[in-house]
Design a protein around this ligand. Structure first.
Ligand code: NI
Length: 330
């Protein structure tokens, strides 16, 4: 019965009647507060799913409307133009500025070439998962990670080219923006470092030379039954301190990005047997760095150094600057 009633209410015919029109108007007016979350009510017939209209929820939705974001962006950029005494270039792209993971071209919000500064006007979605258009929490989290990775790609671009980089977060009131820029425009570039460790086994062996030569070159490490290590990995990133968080990167995020790779891919594996990478390359710590860099620099573009300890006293290290591969031009 109830179902039928609902069907009737939603039918095109009903919407054309006076009653229907009034209902449609009501719906439209309260569309921001439209039932989006559900509650369970106890009734005589058991628990019933009940949709609730919630004022607080509606206001929250209103706050993050898309149009508001663009309005703020416009207002902020007008203030900045005045402050820098230069007409900023909006939505500019650069030849080598790309997303480290997708390789898509990136746009910066405003570029002031004469002042040599790139400015990003960040909404809340750059810091916390925001569910625009009621997307799922998981999707919002994914978006947040994408925003952050793109920002790191921009930071890397700026650091390499000696361009200043500043993010203006959503919580700075318009009247304080000038003061904020004055204070933060010469942002600090800092290095942040975190240590990881994992266990693995391997055998140093080059398939393309004879067993005897292998033995001579690699000695004990060529033992045909493999041997194990506890590897310590130190990852460094280099970036601008974000004015809102006071951090270059949250250690938790770093742990998540790097830890995921180390725990899920490398930990408790045999390099020669479990990884196709070492079918050709010898499984030394130098080559391990090479593979790590390939994976991690996509997820974490501001990575500036990787050091791996094969034993407590011996390590290999790469310092990533403009020349970390022979012949590379960045
Ligand atoms: Ni070894």
């Amino acid at each position: 019965m109830e179902q039928k009633e609902n069907q009737l209410k939603n039918s095109a015919k009903y919407r054309k009647t006076e009653k229907g029109k009034a209902a449609a108007k009501r719906d439209e007016q309260s569309s921001m507060g439209k039932a989006r979350h559900q509650k369970y009510l106890k009734t005589e017939n058991g628990w019933l799913k009940h949709k609730v209209r919630c004022k607080k929820y509606a206001e929250k939705q209103k706050k993050i409307k898309f149009s508001d974001r663009f309005k703020r962006q416009k207002e902020v950029s007008n203030i900045l133009d005045k402050y820098f005494n230069e007409k900023g270039k909006r939505e500019e792209t650069f030849f080598n500025l790309r997303d480290s993971k997708t390789n898509r071209k990136l746009r910066v919000d405003i570029h002031y070439p004469k002042n040599n500064i790139i400015i990003e006007i960040n909404g809340a979605q750059h810091y916390i998962p925001v569910r625009f258009g009621n997307i799922s929490q998981k999707k919002a989290q994914e978006n947040l990670e994408n925003y952050q990775r793109r920002e790191y790609s921009k930071q890397k671009y700026c650091i390499e080219r000696n361009i200043k980089f500043l993010t203006i977060p959503y919580n700075i009131p318009l009247e304080l923006i000038e003061e904020f820029v004055k204070r933060n425009q010469n942002g600090l570039i800092l290095i942040v470092s975190k240590e990881f460790s994992f266990a693995y086994s391997h055998r140093l062996h080059n398939e393309f030379i004879s067993d005897e030569d292998n033995k001579q070159i690699f000695g004990k490490c060529n033992n045909k039954n493999h041997h194990g290590h506890n590897m310590k990995v130190i990852i460094e990133v280099k970036g601008f301190v974000n004015p809102l968080t006071g951090m270059v990167i949250n250690f938790v995020d770093m742990k998540k990005i790097v830890g995921e790779y180390i725990n899920n891919v490398l930990d408790h594996t045999d390099f020669n047997l479990d990884h196709n990478d070492y079918k050709i390359d010898v499984s030394t710590c130098e080559n391990t760095i090479n593979k790590m860099l390939e994976v991690l620099s996509k997820e974490l573009p501001i990575i500036s150094k990787i050091r791996v300890y094969e034993t407590p006293t011996s390590y290999a290290e790469i310092i990533i600057d403009s020349l970390n591969r022979c012949g590379d031009k960045w």
